[in-house]
Design a protein around this ligand. Sequence first.
Ligand SMILES: NC(=O)c1ccc[n+]([C@@H]2O[C@H](COP(=O)([O-])OP(=O)(O)OC[C@H]3O[C@@H](n4cnc5c(N)ncnc54)[C@H](O)[C@@H]3O)[C@@H](O)[C@H]2O)c1
Length: 414
Amino acid sequence: MSEIRNPAYAEAGVRKIDWAASHMPVLQSICEDFEESRPFEGLKVAISVHLEAKTAYLACVFKAGGAEVYATGSNVLSTQDDVAAALASLGINVYAWHAATEEEYRHHLACVLAPGPNIIIDDGGDLVNMMHHDFRDLIPGVIGGCEETTTGIIRLLAMDRAGELRFPMMLVNDAEMKHLFDNRYGTGQSVWNAINKTTNLVTAGKRVVVAGYGWCGKGVAMRAKGLGAKVIVTEVDPVRAIEAVMDGFDVMPMKEAAPVGDVFVTVTGCRGVITPEHMLTMKEGAILTNAGHFNVEVDVAGLEKIAVRKEMRRDNIVGYILPNGRSVNLIGEGRLVNLAAGDGHPAEIMDMSFAVQSLAAKYLADHRGEKLPMINRVPAGIDREIAERKLRFLGAGIDVLTPEQETYIRSFDL
Ligand SMILES: NC(=O)c1ccc[n+]([C@@H]2O[C@H](COP(=O)([O-])OP(=O)(O)OC[C@H]3O[C@@H](n4cnc5c(N)ncnc54)[C@H](O)[C@@H]3O)[C@@H](O)[C@H]2O)c1
């Protein structure tokens, strides 16, 4: 049983999944292993991750490993209807469509939880949160879950501190093979793919303001610089701010950046980073985007309140006319721009992120029945295994320590 927009879109979606899969060699090799060992035999896996081609392949990998898979999206604008249709045609239970209402989105989350999942693959914490509130009676069947992103982990740690987390979670985002590449190089590239495709404007020479210089912000700023932009960073952490200065960027508070920026990208995981007060000082036509997980970084609700009028300017771009006569352009409703107005991260990057997801989920399946801590770092051996496989597929070799070198670097002897 699936709830999708239109099964007739499946053929186009299968092509997208095939293209992504053919650029995800690590995940392919894991898929082959899973076909042999069937680590998820008899288990139900519920997935809520941006429902596009790479995620679809991850769902197929769980199925190949023996799981009964239930999938939905993690953001109403990032679901691609052709991919959802393709997944349904491949025997996955899919509940998602593009531009679902908030009510439909929550209904779809409930659909993947109702069958009683054993493993939960979450992105942002919505699924885990709903499980704890609306499906408490099914919690004893949950072996554990994996969380994909920074914001989801912040929510999980808060739940754990409050003593509310009821099953073990794997911190997938914090694995090196995830955030070092996905958050930095994935977000860095896909944010600019999305902004450039959606606006069809030049980046060179523009003043780009990047709010937040964490893993994602570093990537967004680095790629903006590569495209010829003059980059300004805003931060609240003094150490990260110095890093941005040393990387060659101007650092200033948002209040000072707002009147000079041409394009704004928030990527903080915080809320109210760009407020109506900032917007009223911006130049005519300033472009506002968010790449953080939730659509609360650009205060869209506040913008809706102060705007005297709004108009559709291009697909996915809404112009808001402000009381001072100037206007700002908001892309993708302030939802994470690389998914709401683009195709997400490149497949080669998600190859590593979803390799972490799949092996972290296998770790949970392998340890079922054991008492795991509620919060679990992904074991370093998993990072290493994925790095070794990726290097092999990249055709890059590395040196190996000799026994003398091993001894030398582990001792105080000179
Ligand atoms: N768009 C994507 O594809 C994608 C990919 C990965 C992560 N994310 C999301 O992006 C967000 C950032 O992730 P990250 O891994 O870079 O996190 P991070 O913790 O490494 O970095 C966040 C940075 O923002 C700064 N910050 C916080 N509040 C701020 C504020 N009000 N003004 C300015 N700076 C502020 C913090 O000091 C920190 O340096 C999260 O919501 C994460 O879930 C998005």
